[in-house]
Write a protein that binds this ligand. Structure first.
Ligand SMILES: [Zn+2]
Length: 609
């Protein structure tokens, strides 16, 4: 048992090492496989495989701000970061990044502390041109405010200024200056590798409602704001401002762009009257996406899908034509989802996912006419789906899976659909079906199977897993599903798939549910039993170019049942680095950097056993 636990990750590492030596089939062979962090600014296109390359970058990377003399007084520092903030607002005017907010309302569990009671999800594109405006990806009869406010709208009238959880992108979009604010220098402090000057910010009396109140961190080279922490004040009657912690990353030279916002309210101390309690994570990405209407749409639509490089080219046989057709649909969908900012470009995480899929295929002698590809959906809700021979798994699902066997469980369900020929989406081979606005993606694309195909895929997947390197470790996949089952009633938004099938029905797990039978009981007090991880711990997303990589974080010891936090929202603490610099590990960094070495998908949080 102990040996097996180590063997599979080790074999995966070996396989990855071998793969890194040679170009993969699906990538354009002449290009070197870039390490994620080493090619930041100069070669934004290289990691995109030709088959899914949507277009040139949205626009040329913004020129870094001109060099300026170093300030010598704190007043000059304030003037500089006020100026840099205006520069950032201007640079981002042309951008329409994706913004995602995932919120969990909390209730107090005597053993586990605050736990999710229900949840809300919002996904949109943000237009940063004039005022902050969000376009919904998810449409329903509720307004965006109601969607976010959910059950507690009756308790408080929550004022959004400008809107929702995106206000803390800037401290104050219009009046961030000395006329409206007092800035008090506090101290120097490192955030990650970046030395910062820390300032407390208070609005001047009578400067108006909804002014920023809190603390900001300014890096000490170009004097860009890298973090904002606080709220807005004064608080109007019957209204309420959230507390927020807003982080920026240095993804392009000279600019730190907003990437993460954490928000939390609530007080469970004895006698507390505040009934509002939630935690929310807001993520922003897709800064380099095309702005809707800005690009020449027609040049982006794939019209040359049928490659004809065989020397003895002939008309395709009926079966070959059917496969070409499916491939064309698959390519269209992948390209369209990438362009909408919902899919990561092909990268190192896919190699790991493909290795897991390959492990299943090899041990089951599955020989498919085309290799199975994998891609990462950038959103948080837990979902998988497949189109043609491509398996797509959401970032949120990869985040919460405790180990490689549970990852294999998630991927094998989709592999089973492919093996069984449950092909969906051939209608997307018609290019007119790709012509819709990005916000309408969920209305125009869908890959949900009928219940009979779901049941058949589950059954086939269990058979495949039992004949795979993961056969001896399926109890951990079952344990994951069991934990999901206990939390399913509180996590409706997280469990609502937007493109594929839900893993649950009502508040009950249906996906691969037979695996739950062989799993051990959930034991909260058994500290080495990790059934599922918190949100956001495994996949790191570059908000500029949407590339993803796996985080290799140091395991943190779990000391109580409250540390387990399965599926829960936690604060962000990205490790800040400057773009193009080299960190202490000798690796080039451009984001919240951690060691970029891809490893097996084995758990990095749970104690090794
Ligand atoms: Zn399915």
């Amino acid at each position: 048992m102990r040996t097996l636990n180590w063997m599979v990750p080790a074999s995966l590492l070996l396989a990855l090492g071998a793969m890194a030596q040679q170009p993969t089939e699906t990538q354009s062979g002449s290009q070197p496989a870039p390490t994620q962090m080493s090619a930041p600014a100069n070669t934004p296109d290289q990691a995109q495989p030709a088959s899914t390359q949507s277009s040139a970058p949205a626009s040329a990377q913004p020129a870094p701000p001109p060099a300026a003399p170093q300030p010598t007084t704190m007043d000059q520092v304030v003037d500089r970061f006020v100026m840099r903030e205006k520069g950032l607002i201007k640079m981002l005017q042309a951008r329409t990044p994706v913004i995602e907010t995932y919120l969990q309302n909390l209730t107090l569990d005597p053993t586990l502390g605050p736990v999710p009671k229900d949840d809300k999800y919002f996904l949109g594109r943000m237009d940063l041109s004039v005022s902050i405006d969000r376009k919904d990806y998810i449409h329903d009869d509720q307004s965006m405010e109601k969607h976010l406010l959910g059950g507690f709208s009756k308790l408080f009238k929550i004022q959004y200024q400008p809107l929702g959880f995106s206000w803390m992108i800037f401290a104050d979009r219009n009046d961030f200056d000395r006329q409206h604010y007092d800035f008090r220098y506090v101290r120097r402090e490192f955030l990650g590798e970046v030395r910062c000057l820390v300032f407390d910010v208070t609005p001047k009396p009578k400067s108006g409602q909804g002014r920023f109140l809190g603390r900001l961190w300014v890096e000490d080279q170009d004097y860009n704001i890298v973090r904002l922490n606080g709220t807005y004040a004064p608080r109007p009657r019957n209204a309420f401002f959230f507390h927020m912690d807003s982080w920026r990353l240095n993804l392009i030279p000279g600019y730190w762009v907003p990437a993460f916002i954490y928000s939390e309210e609530g007080d469970f101390s004895a006698g507390a009257k505040n009934q509002l309690a939630f935690k929310a994570q807001t993520r922003i990405w897709g800064y380099d996406l095309h702005k809707e209407g800005e690009s020449d749409e027609l040049t982006n639509i794939r019209v040359d899908s049928v490659k004809d490089d065989s020397p003895t080219a002939q008309d395709a046989s009926p079966l070959a034509a059917e496969r070409e057709w499916q491939q064309q649909a698959e390519d269209n969908v992948i390209e369209r989802l990438t362009r909408a900012g919902l899919l990561a470009p092909e990268g190192d995480v896919d190699k790991i996912l493909q290795t897991v899929v390959n492990n299943i295929q090899v041990t089951n002698n599955i020989d498919l006419p085309r290799p199975v590809r994998t891609r990462v959906l950038l959103t948080s809700p837990l979902e998988t789906f497949s189109v043609g021979n491509t398996i797509i798994i959401s970032r949120g699902l990869i985040d919460v899976l405790p180990d490689e066997s549970s990852l294999a469980m998630a991927l094998t369900h989709e592999l089973a659909h492919i093996v069984l020929g449950h092909n969906l989406g051939s209608k997307y081979a018609f290019n007119d079906r790709m012509l819709f606005s990005d916000e309408a993606t969920y209305q125009n694309l869908g890959f949900k199977h009928i219940p009979e195909e779901e049941a058949a895929a589950d059954k086939k997947a269990v058979d495949l897993l039992k004949n795979s390197p993961y056969a001896q470790k399926l109890e951990s996949a079952g344990l994951f599903l069991k934990m999901l089952n206990t939390r399913a009633g509180a996590l409706n938004a997280l469990l609502t798939a937007h493109l594929g099938n839900n893993m649950t029905e009502g508040a009950t797990v249906t996906r691969m549910s037979s695996l739950m039978g062989s799993a051990p009981q959930i034991d909260w007090n058994k500290l080495d039993q990790i059934a599922a991880l918190p949100m956001g711990g495994r996949v790191k997303l570059n908000p500029w170019d949407d590339k993803v990589e796996l985080v290799k974080s140091q395991p943190v010891a779990i000391t109580s049942a409250r540390d387990k936090m399965p599926f829960e929202v936690t604060p962000f603490f990205p490790r800040l680095t400057r773009t193009g610099t080299t960190d202490s590990n000798g690796t080039a960094g451009n984001a919240a950097n951690t060691a970029p070495t891809p490893t097996s998908a084995a758990n990095t949080n749970a104690p090794a056993n």
